[in-house]
Ligand binder design. Structure first.
Ligand SMILES: [Zn+2]
Length: 496
């Protein structure tokens, strides 16, 4: 553990204001955030909060829309709002819009401890009283980098950008990638205390649950799916897509509320396109009319969420930013002001069913070498798939689902075999890509005229040269040219 991450805590909870239920925050949002849920436990409590809040099945909401709800055998909560029309003596829902969020969070430890909410400048965080580790040098507690720098300077006359503790001794380095750690020979130890400390908030994705409840209460027609186990590999959504595709057979749009930050309408997830540019542009326009100039929505790409499970069934799948940050960490927070006063009012005004439908869910478009298929084109990827894809959209309401209509999995990536494995693989790939990008952006490119640093090992030299090629996006031909130039250059003129 680098001490930098141990101490980047920002403002203390004790310096923030405790959020009061019903006064500072809507009771439903407060209850959702303070009720712990993960894929193993607690989702039932979230379902109860939601179903207690929404109008019951006999209630007519705005404009004579019916509201019904049910939980499927996997634990996904389905709420339908809309009108029904009689087809062959059976009721059929008319809305073609699906909204998506998830019931679970990654907050699975400290089970049962009381969650409290704190706010500062419109940002909300979570605190619980739990055991915390603190670093001590002698009997002095080290609670900031500033204190540590000062102490190290006093003892060693230098300071470092990064510190770590190894075998009870403090070590420092200015460059974790290229320089060795220096043993500062300062003894230190971690001690444990019971203390009010920051905890995973679970705004990912309680905000999604809350937004959908508000839309249901407003009577906005749609199929609202509150998914089980998104954080454990999209268990609920993958199960629906694989085993119950008929649940979404009449759906044109799947809009998830599960994206960090402010500005994204996601057009690609998990390495493939999930909606058309026309759809995303129209949705951005519809939202931006009501959003402040500083924080407009625009197209972006995202990692996995439940809507990605439906890209081969539903034409336009996306994920929208809902204003949480640092999700999956104890520093998780969300912008309460923006959610209540900007995002939700904007969402309540979108005419969802009027958005364009352009993407062909049968076409496969993945990002990879020579495997590019424009959306809207006929699926021609794997011979024989076409047969599988013709869902019987006949007017006869007796939908016959059989094995032959089973959704083929995208075979382009043979990742983990279990849901969990696949999700983890995607996360690993995403984080590797991010780290790789970061390293490349921050390194000093190799230049023949400058040569290498004195401390660079053979391995480091190779890595840096490779990264330089990568950064400059050089082809094999470019590299060959460079090699020839280097060979033909006059060694006398080169000052290595
Ligand atoms: Zn999420």
């Amino acid at each position: 553990m680098y001490l930098n991450s141990y101490m980047t805590s920002g403002k203390k909870l004790s310096e923030m204001t405790e959020v009061e239920r019903g006064k500072d925050m809507a009771p439903l949002l407060y209850d959702l955030l303070t009720t712990q849920s993960c894929s193993e436990f607690g989702e039932d409590k979230i379902i109860k909060l939601i179903t207690d809040f929404i109008p019951n099945r006999t209630t007519l909401a705005n404009g004579g829309n019916f509201v019904t709800h049910e939980v499927d055998e996997k634990g996904n909560l389905f709420v339908r709002v809309g009108k029904q029309k009689k087809v062959h003596a059976r009721n059929k829902w008319t809305s073609r819009v699906m909204f998506s969020c998830h019931l679970d969070t990654v907050d699975r430890s400290n089970k049962g401890l009381v969650r409290q909410l704190y706010s500062d400048d419109g940002w909300v965080q979570c605190g619980i009283v739990k055991p915390v580790r603190k670093l001590f040098i002698g009997d002095k507690e080290i609670d900031s980098n500033w204190v540590l720098d000062k102490l190290v300077k006093e003892k060693c006359k230098v300071d470092f950008d990064n510190y770590t503790v190894f075998k009870g001794k403090l070590h420092g380095t200015d460059d974790t990638l290229y320089e060795e750690w220096t043993n500062l020979d300062i003894a230190c130890e971690f001690k444990e205390f019971e203390e009010l400390s920051k905890n995973i908030l679970g705004a990912d994705d309680k905000l999604g649950c809350y937004i959908m409840c508000r839309m249901i209460a407003k009577g906005i027609p749609g199929l609202y799916v509150f998914h089980h186990g998104e954080e454990s590999g999209g268990i609920g959504s993958r199960w629906i897509a694989t085993n119950k595709p008929e649940y979404v057979q009449d759906i044109d749009y799947c809009i998830a509320f599960d994206r960090m930050n402010y500005g994204d309408v996601v057009t690609s997830q998990s390495g493939g396109r999930c909606c058309s540019d026309e759809f995303a542009d129209a949705l951005c326009d519809a939202l931006n009319k009501h959003l402040p100039p500083k924080q407009k929505m625009s197209k972006g790409s995202g990692t996995f969420t439940d809507s990605a499970s439906y890209t081969s069934l539903i034409p336009e799948c996306t994920n929208i930013s809902v204003g949480y940050k640092s999700q999956h960490t104890d520093s998780e927070k969300f912008d309460h002001e923006w959610l209540e006063h900007m995002l939700i009012p904007a969402l309540l005004r979108v005419q969802w069913a009027e958005l364009p439908v352009k993407r062909d869910p049968k076409a496969r478009e993945t990002w990879g070498m020579g495997d590019y298929y424009g959306y809207g084109r006929r699926a021609n990827t794997v011979r024989g798939y076409d047969g599988y894809w013709d869902f019987p959209y006949d007017e006869d309401d007796e939908f016959r689902y059989s094995q032959s209509y089973k959704v083929p999995q995208q075979k382009s990536l043979s990742l983990g075999t279990t849901d969990e494995g696949r999700k983890n693989q995607f996360k690993t790939i995403q984080s590797s890509v991010d780290r790789h990008r970061y390293a490349i952006d921050n390194m000093v490119p190799f230049d023949i005229a400058d040569g290498f640093f004195t401390k660079e090992s053979e391995e480091m030299k190779i890595e840096r040269v490779l990264m330089t090629f990568d950064k400059a996006d050089m082809s094999m031909r470019d590299i060959a040219k460079l090699l020839i130039e280097a060979y033909e250059a006059d060694p006398e003129e080169m000052d290595f």
